[in-house]
Design a binder for this molecule. Structure first.
Ligand SMILES: NC(=O)c1ccc[n+]([C@@H]2O[C@H](COP(=O)([O-])OP(=O)(O)OC[C@H]3O[C@@H](n4cnc5c(N)ncnc54)[C@H](O)[C@@H]3O)[C@@H](O)[C@H]2O)c1
Ligand SMILES: [Zn+2]
Length: 373
């Protein structure tokens, strides 16, 4: 396996991965349209152009796919629309970019001569929705999406339907129930299903990586629709206060970019990963309020952090990964402690040009469309 196509190779994960694969001696081709929402300048492009074969093209174009898959041994499919909240009102675009383009890739692989023998898909923990919880007396439970009537009463956590006890969030494994609670999550699950099904027919090995929240140097500081660390950082550096949804105690699992790059690189050469699905996360839950406070400290800022008790319809409360499968099959471990990764991220941000803070526009869009209560 030598020739690797990375779609979305100029993006956050793609950039780190492209550099790593080139360093390891792979021939990397990138197919990326340099979406304006994500790329506020051409720095990455100018650099990647020198070390990879860069096709500035669109995954919605058959011609671009035909050009890109030529002579490839593997495809790492990263290009996508990635904002969970935005996906709820930009529905056609999200399904078109994430689902129809994946269909187009599979169509080209089915109908054109090619040498692709492996597809790696960047999927997401969002396919699980809330993920796995536990009742002290009634075992594991997969709660349904929270309902407005509870959220309005500031009842953010889940309780057991049988005994009323508070449910305890537990690590979500790959066999957990799939309950996507956003259009984005539906598109990710759909990509997984299509790639696995068609891969089987074409004798192409497939690997699905369900990433938790990836963070680190290189993440887009201009995209206000996703990436909580970027959004908070951009607000803080513009001197803008931070509002936090719910009670701030909602949690996410944050995984450092280098660990994600390492896991993705590993599956390329690991036969045991063929046709498998893996969670890639840190396995640890961190609350959103804790992150806001830590970032404020690291930037030495005096912006105000306010818990608003507002909520976003479709948001999950908690989710963190059970990474034991990736650990045993890929020998994957989360090497970067969150506090160390956060420092590296902040020091990188401090070296960047301060971006315009577009967060309020994206917030207003969501609010006007009735997704924030
Ligand atoms: N970053 C995370 O926290 C995270 C978590 C779970 C899953 N993922 C998945 O990982 C993948 C990569 O995420 P990322 O954080 O690097 O995103 P990103 O937005 O930084 O990068 C996506 C790249 O795809 C390109 N792109 C978008 N639409 C395109 C199109 N129509 N044609 C060609 N290129 C297009 C963009 O220009 C960008 O360079 C995505 O599939 C995402 O769903 C990311
Ligand atoms: Zn119970």
């Amino acid at each position: 396996m030598k020739n690797i196509l990375i779609t979305g190779g100029a993006g956050f994960i793609g950039y780190g991965l492209s550099k790593n694969l080139v360093n390891k001696g792979f021939n990397v081709t990138i197919l990326d349209n340099l979406s304006k929402k994500i790329h506020s300048n051409r720095d990455k492009y100018n650099y990647l152009k020198q070390i990879t074969k860069f096709i500035k093209g669109d995954i919605n174009s058959r011609k671009d796919w035909e050009k890109a898959i030529m002579d490839q041994d593997a495809i790492i499919h990263l290009a996508a629309e990635t904002g969970t909240g935005q996906s709820m009102y930009d529905i056609y675009n999200y399904t078109n970019v994430n689902i129809a383009s994946t269909a187009l890739m599979l169509d080209v692989l089915t109908n054109n001569n090619n040498s692709v023998s492996k597809i790696v898909l960047a999927s997401s923990r969002s396919v699980y929705g809330e993920g796995k919880y536990k009742c002290r007396d009634h075992g594991f439970i997969y709660p349904n999406e929270r309902v407005m009537k509870d959220l309005e009463k500031r009842k953010y956590n889940f309780s057991c339907k049988r005994c009323g006890l508070n449910l305890i969030p537990t690590a979500t494994d790959e066999n957990s129930r799939i309950t996507p609670s956003s259009i984005y999550a539906i598109t990710k699950h759909n990509q997984e299903q299509m790639i696995r099904l068609v891969g089987k027919h074409l004798n192409i090995e497939t690997v699905v990586l369900r990433f938790q929240n990836v963070y680190g140097p290189g993440q887009s500081l201009s995209n206000p629709y996703t990436g909580i660390l970027s959004i908070f950082s951009t607000r803080i550096l513009n001197g803008n206060n931070i509002d936090i949804y719910e009670d701030g105690l909602e949690t996410r699992d944050f995984i450092y970019i280098d660990d994600v790059v390492e896991a993705t690189t590993k599956v390329l050469s690991n036969k045991k990963s063929d046709n498998q699905i893996f969670n890639i996360g840190s396995g640890k839950a961190t609350s959103i309020i804790a992150i806001a406070k830590e970032l404020k400290l690291l930037y030495n800022s005096n912006v105000k952090i306010t818990v608003t008790n507002k909520f976003r319809l479709g948001d999950i409360r908690h989710n963190f990964a059970d990474i034991s499968k990736a650990n045993s099959i890929l020998n994957f471990s989360n090497k970067t402690l969150f506090k160390d990764g956060l420092r590296k991220f902040v020091s990188w941000v401090n070296d960047q040009k301060i971006n315009k803070d577009n967060y309020l526009d994206s917030y207003n869009e969501l609010e006007q469309k009735g997704f924030i209560k």
